[in-house]
Design a protein around this ligand. Sequence first.
Ligand SMILES: C[S@@+](CC[C@H](N)C(=O)[O-])C[C@H]1O[C@@H](n2cnc3c(N)ncnc32)[C@H](O)[C@@H]1O
Length: 227
Amino acid sequence: MTQPTGGFGETGPGSGAAALATINDDHVVAAYARWAPIYDWSFGAFTRAPCRAAVAEMNRLPPGRVLEIGVGTGISLPLYDRKHRVTGIDLSRDMLERAKKRVAEERLSHVEGLEVMDASALTFPDAAFDAAMAMFVITVVPDPDTVLAEIARVVRPGGRVILVSHFSVESGPRAFVEKHLSRYSSRLGWRPNFPIETVLGRRELKLIDRRAVKSFDLFTMLTFERI
Ligand SMILES: C[S@@+](CC[C@H](N)C(=O)[O-])C[C@H]1O[C@@H](n2cnc3c(N)ncnc32)[C@H](O)[C@@H]1O
C-alpha cells in the first residue's frame, strides 16, 4: 500500500496536535535501509528495556502463535519463551535480512517465519494468531488505523495485542521538541508527534493495561484484548 508521496516535513490531513505527519512506504523503506546497519546499537540499544518488558508480558501468556509486526532486525526474537511460535513481518527487506541472520546464527527454532509484508495488508487469514506484538511500529507505519484493523483481524477473539511506542504529550518542553521534530518524520522514519488517542477507541480492541516502560519513561506499553 503506497500513499501519495508526502514531501519532507508534510503533515497529513487535519490540523493541530492531532495532525499526523505524512510517512509513506517509500519513506519507510528508505529510512530503514539507512537505519539497518546501525539499528541494533543505536535506537535498538535505547529500546532494549521496553522490548524486554513487552516480551516478558507476552511470555506470561499460554503457548500460542505470536505475530510480531515490524519485527525489524529481530532484536526481540531471542527473548520469546520457546513455548511460543513466532512469525515476524516487516516492510523493510534490509531490516528483515538482519533478523533472518540472527535466527540462523542463534538457531531460533521457535521462529516459524520472517516475511517482507505490509502491516496494512497482511496476507494471513482471520484469527490466525493468538497474539500480536508491535514495538515502536505504530508511529512509523503510513496508515496506523488500517494497521490496527489488520492486527485485530488476524488475532483470534480473546487473544492479546501488545503495542509499545512513544506517544506524544500535549504541553511542556517535551511537547515543543516533539512538534519541532515531527517536521522531519519522513526522514526519521517515525512520527515524534503521535497522540495516544490514535490507537485507542477501537471497538474490537479493548484496552486492559496501560503502563510506562523505561527508557526514561518515554515509552508506553498498551495491552488489548481482542473482542
Ligand atoms: C523503529 S523500527 C522497530 C523494529 C522492532 N520492532 C524493534 O523494536 O527493534 C520500526 C519497524 O517498522 C517497520 N515498518 C514500518 N512500516 C511498516 C509497515 N507498513 N509494515 C510492516 N513493517 C513496517 C520498519 O521497516 C521498521 O523495521
